[in-house]
Ligand binder design. Structure first.
Ligand code: IPM
Ligand code: MN
Length: 355
């Protein structure tokens, strides 16, 4: 019997719906071959709905989430909505509500994709960032005094709990072990964040003792940025806090060929996870059939893996690689072929794998 998965599709804004369509097409037309079945439910959360109704995440949305095995998100972000509202009210709210405590972001240069790093090739750029996804500077701790006056003081505190750091680092080691990777680098700033990142380092060193077969390394975040450009081959798995993870994964997306290719997962290993292309809503490319859907199809592959279908996931990824080799240029989210044709290409490679 086919394994059935309930997937909540959250296409969102801008080019989100176009890329989610391609990912759904690929899954719907290939699932039978892999003995699984996807039931998609659509949810219209996003900037358009907010502008029409004033609604962000409602109880009904939350129920839909709870009834899903996973969520596939397109993009959230609307040019007519003040920055911050949708990010806080939707994306960060959902991460928090579902305790998606890991943000997993592979930085893998596929053959056929251009990187701005002139001397680097796919063998050099192949690592995964495990970003803590619930606290640090994202915890929302802080406030104003004397608001709106010249005496104003604003604070924004970085919250670092043993609990959240430990589960993140533990996940990173387990991920390394289960994915045949060899080394973890802790990316922090222990020379300045002498309390918060000291705690990170102590927990990292403690957990490392449980995994003697895994090599460990430490680098300050500024050095990580330098080495991601100069020696990306030094990295295998990087574990880091929320803010640093946010920043270094945009750099990662660029060295792996741009936002059109980078995918990520907001993961709750015990709950509902949410997968997304990390490129944003790209309003000016909306409905032009020009946006690259590979990042979203890659997010779908990550989702399939998290649902336990490893072979299926690997085959989707290989189909993406073959497609990338076949495409002329993938820089900056644009490419020489239409969005839906690229989706078709991935699907063809996937279905004809053994032919
Ligand atoms: C990301 C984004 C979000 C973040 C924003 C939109 C809140 O940049 O997923 O990396 O900072 O986490
Ligand atoms: Mn970001």
């Amino acid at each position: 019997m086919n394994k059935e998965f309930n997937i909540l599709a959250l296409p969102g804004d801008g080019t989100g719906p176009e890329v989610v369509n391609e990912a759904i097409k690929v899954l719907e037309k290939s699932s039978e071959k892999y003995g699984s079945k996807f039931k998609f439910t659509n949810n219209d959360l996003g900037g358009d709905r907010y502008l029409k109704t004033g609604e962000l995440v409602t109880n009904k949305d939350i129920d839909q989430f709870k009834n899903s095995d996973a969520v596939l998100l397109g993009a959230i972000g609307h040019p007519d909505v003040k920055p911050g509202i949708l990010e806080q009210g939707i994306l960060l709210r959902l991460r928090k509500e579902f305790d998606q405590y890991i943000n997993l972001r592979p930085v893998i240069l596929y053959p056929g994709v251009d990187t701005p790093l002139v001397d680097k090739s796919p063998e050099d750029i192949n690592f995964v960032v495990v970003r803590e996804n619930t606290e640090g500077l994202y915890a929302g701790a802080g406030g104003y005094i004397h608001y709106g006056t010249e005496n104003e003081v604003a604070t924004q505190e970085s919250i670092n709990s043993y609990y959240a750091i430990h589960r993140c680092i533990k996940y990173a080691f387990e991920y390394t072990k289960n994915n045949n990777r060899k080394k973890i680098t802790l990316c922090a700033k222990t020379n300045v964040l002498t309390y918060a990142h000291d705690l990170w380092e102590r927990i990292f060193n403690d957990v490392a003792k449980e995994y003697p077969e895994i090599d460990t390394d430490y680098a300050h975040v500024d050095a990580v940025c330098m080495w991601m450009v100069k020696n990306p081959e030094w990295f295998d798995v990087i574990v880091t806090d929320n803010m640093f993870g946010d920043i270094i994964t945009d750099l990662g997306a660029m060295i792996q060929g741009g936002m059109g290719i980078a995918a990520g997962g907001n993961i709750n290993p015990e709950g509902t996870s949410m997968f997304e292309p990390i490129g944003g809503s790209a309003p000016k490319y909306t409905d032009k059939n020009v946006i690259n859907p590979l990042a979203c199809i890659g997010a779908a592959a990550m989702m399939v893996k998290e649902l336990g279908e490893e072979q299926y996931s690997e085959d989707i990824e290989n189909a993406i690689i073959k497609t990338a080799i076949g495409l002329e240029s993938l820089s900056a989210g644009k490419m020489g072929m239409g969005t839906s044709e690229v989706g078709d290409m991935v699907l063809n490679y996937l279905l004809n794998k053994n032919e």
